[in-house]
Design a protein around this ligand. Structure first.
Ligand code: AMP
Ligand code: MG
Length: 424
């Protein structure tokens, strides 16, 4: 927790932000203060999509025995050279091996996956076996030694690292883990996210807007984003615009969450209590960012009180602006990275980046980053009329966004820009 004397809380309400942190400084702070959280064991049936917390090394060879890769006859290669008639002396089936040796002049009927009997060094495919009188067979083509035999360790050798730490497990990965005898794997725990929604004007999703009340669009959006980034969303709670209520809700949320997302109440209005509550409960490390449309963003570090999660770092808290487009911007540029990082995933934005031509000028200001929603038009993109951060429909109309760097006051029409596409 920050020493209150060293970090005096500056109440921005009805005064405005004294100074805003740069986007780069906020990212550097988050980068320095977040790492992957603890691991947990999960069964293979729950492991796909999870992130391996440690490498997996195979304790066994796969296959552990020489086995046939074809249906046919296990024979000695030298017996196939001269179309010799071979006596079929038995059969090797999966998990039911032939007991005995394949001597010169003998063959053993074998199916795919069955153990190669002693004495045999190759498999004559059924297609190339010529039936002979008295239940014998001969080879219609010569077969070389080792053909159609899966060697011991051919798939996986004992001692090999089959999957590295940090791997986001694919379906085929869990199949391979099963094949080397793994029952459970240690994966990074999913970050737990609690969502607090402030605003006396809000109705829960599902309600119709009525009178002076509007419907909360941020919680379904944030919950979806957090899921996308690998989180477990613990709860969505509504908090009235009252200092004690906001403080208590934040304190409660921090008991079992790794990340607390607070929607609204973070700006300079009289009802914006959250920043002071964070400063009281922990450290308000950032309040105010040189970013449009998410300038009121705040970031705090709280004190974990959970006995259940002793190894967790202090819960992080994001004060996200209530304006829905600002809320999306603030989550995507900052909170989402942290959620992913905690869960062992990528810091980078989870959007596909394309370089496209800007077909219309974008005005910005030196000293701040602008998150500009853009739409494809022809082979390029044009900005979408946005109405600041309040009109969420601008982000629905948009195909993606452009980030105007802090050192630019304008992007010219015809410039080639990086566009982050929402539909990756
Ligand atoms: P605030 O950040 O609380 O000052 O809110 C800024 C604007 O966003 C106000 O017009 C609020 O009514 C609106 N707003 C706040 N929270 C939400 C929400 N969860 N869903 C939709 N609009 C919101
Ligand atoms: Mg509010």
């Amino acid at each position: 927790m920050t020493d209150p004397d060293k970090s005096p809380f500056f109440d921005v309400r009805m005064r405005g932000f004294r100074e805003r942190a740069t986007v780069d400084a906020v990212l550097a702070l988050l980068d320095a203060r977040t790492g992957a959280i603890s691991a947990e064991a999960v069964s293979l049936f729950e492991a796909a999509g999870r992130v391996l917390a440690e490498p997996v090394v195979s304790a066994v060879d796969v296959p552990g025995f020489a086995r046939s890769a074809m249906d046919g006859f296990a024979v000695r290669a030298e017996d196939t050279a001269a179309a010799r008639s071979l006596a079929v002396v038995g059969e090797s089936l999966p998990a039911r091996p032939f007991v005995g040796e394949v001597s010169p002049g003998h063959a053993v009927r074998i199916t795919t996956g069955a153990p190669i009997p002693n004495g045999a060094d190759t498999v004559l495919m059924a297609e190339f076996a010529q039936p002979e009188p008295a239940g014998c067979v001969s080879a219609r083509v010569p077969v070389t030694a080792g053909q159609h035999i899966a060697r011991i360790g051919e798939d996986v050798t004992k001692g090999r690292e089959v999957l590295p730490a940090g791997r986001r497990l694919r379906p085929q990965d869990v199949g391979l883990l099963a094949s080397v005898g793994v029952a459970t794997v240690r994966v990074v725990r999913r970050p737990r996210v609690a969502i607090l929604v402030t605003g006396n004007e809000l109705l829960p999703p599902g309600a119709m807007p009525e009178g002076f009340k509007i419907v909360d669009s941020n919680s379904p959006m944030l919950a979806t984003l957090a899921h996308r980034d690998g989180a477990d969303v613990l709860s969505v709670r509504y908090v009235r615009d009252d200092y004690d209520a906001v403080r208590d809700a934040i304190r409660d949320a921090a008991t079992d969450a790794d990340v607390v997302l607070v929607s609204g109440g973070t700006s300079v209005g009289t009802e914006d209590h959250a920043p002071r509550a964070v400063a009281e409960l922990g450290e308000l490390a950032v309040h105010g960012v040189a970013l449009r449309p998410a300038a009121p963003l705040g970031i705090g570090f709280l004190v974990s009180r959970s006995p259940a999660l002793p190894l967790s770092p202090s819960p992080l808290l994001f004060l996200l602006p209530g304006n829905p487009a600002s809320c999306l911007c603030a989550y995507d540029l900052f909170a989402g990275r942290v959620v992913r990082r905690l869960g062992g995933r990528l810091w980078e934005l989870p959007y596909r980046k394309e370089t496209l031509t800007l077909a219309e000028r974008i005005a910005s200001a030196v000293g701040r980053v602008d998150y500009v929603r853009v739409k494809r038009e022809g082979s390029g993109v044009v900005p979408v009329a946005s109405g600041g951060g309040s009109n969420l429909s601008s982000t629905v109309t948009a195909d993606g966004f452009v980030l105007v760097p802090a050192d630019r006051d304008t992007l010219a029409s015809g410039e080639i820009v990086d566009v982050w596409l929402y539909d990756a």
